[in-house]
Design a protein around this ligand. Sequence first.
Ligand code: GDG
Length: 469
Amino acid sequence: MSRLIVISNRVSAGGGAQGGLAVALSAALRANGGIWFGWSGEVTEQFTGHINFQRTDGVATATVDLEEQDVEEYYNGYANRTLWPLFHYRIDLAEYERSFAGGYERANARFAETVLPLIEPDDVVWVQDYHMIPLGRELRNRGIANRIGFFLHIPWPPRRLLATLPEAAALVETMFAYDVIGFHTQEWLDSFVDFVKAEMGATVDANGVAHCNGRTARLVACPIGIDTRAFEEMARSNIARRTYEKVRASLVGRSLIVGVDRLDYSKGLEERFLGYERFLEENPEERNGVVLLQIAPPSRGAVESYQRIRSTLEGLAGRINGAHAALDWVPIRYVNQGYARDELAGVYRAAKIGLVTPLRDGMNLVAKEYVAAQDPEDPGVLILSRFAGAAEQMPDALLVNPYSAEELSDALQRALIMPLSERKARWKAMIEDVRKRDVMWWLETFRDCLETPLDGAADSAPIKVVQIV
Ligand code: GDG
């Protein structure tokens, strides 16, 4: 198998303490050699393109520092104030500034220039996520003829929303520099097809290959998974067990509802709190019988919309607790702090309900982690937003509209009284898929597509169309 060059905004090579994505990419890089390249997270006075090489747990990484202006315009700007909100359907929050678009192009050109000498002729290159959409074109412009794939970890927005981005067509056109473009779900892929057909005159053939202005790119829906076996084991580890005991003891017999999300407006935390408040009001007999533990480590604190959501949630949690708390009970434990993964596994296992209600999410790995952490003899219930990519794979969760406080309240009520036999049947269906399509499955499936040349493939060997459901 060819060497792999992974390119992503941040590099997090390493072992089991990391998330599934880092584990899977690290495993592939260890097995076949290759390099993981990206931004160091550091700022330098003047961009030099100096590469910092490291080897972490047998994985070679190469990182580069960026200038302050790059960080402001590319990372805090175009990536997190333009694309992130727009791609999560929040055009009300999206900021369209030429300086951001310019900084984004400049940073991507800098990444391309820097990584160029590291790419050997037989390598396959895999670019990750919305920070780096035009990177493939930048590499092609510099003469790279290798197979290059792109995977989008967030949703692809509906055509009419994307059309509000001034440079939408130009940005999307750069994607035809890739051989393969991957999405988590058929829905995101369909939205992409809708845009390129209507706005750019592209066509898509029966093999899922898009043709646009003389270039082609193969489109695949390939849902990311977690490192399921490892997570199941982690949920049985000593640390997880101790965390489980500690949390259970603190509940004194009450049922735990858990949410774990980066503090991000796409995760529907405000709506979740309102749904829970509704539940408390509609079910007074349940008051004092449940606790909502919301773990929400802060993220992207330099961006104003993130500061706003943080203070909104603090206000809301304070109001709900103020209105409903008793001498010996607080309805919401709102924790702005991160925990180690094995502790999280223990928390998931202690929770009777996993409340995963993003307003929009490319996939959502917390839903899968919650399922993997459950006790097979007494599994909890997953309440999942219909608007998370994960919902396509998890029809046995209680699927809800996260905007509806009534639906959230009803689902909480239903989950709390769900008989063991139904909980087991739903959990079994979900865990089977979470095990089957784990993160290694995702990696291998995408890589297979990337390593299958497009030219003439349709005539000789039929292209394998990836089915996700
Ligand atoms: C993007 C897409 C897509 C959370 N709190 C703690 C912690 N976490 C971990 C979770 C989970 C991960 O962070 C979050 O993953 P998600 O998938 O839920 O969401 P995003 O961060 O928005 O990820 C998403 C994903 O990319 C992959 O393609 O699924 O749709 O938005 O693993 O457990 N981890 C630790 N402590 C915490 O407190 N250690």
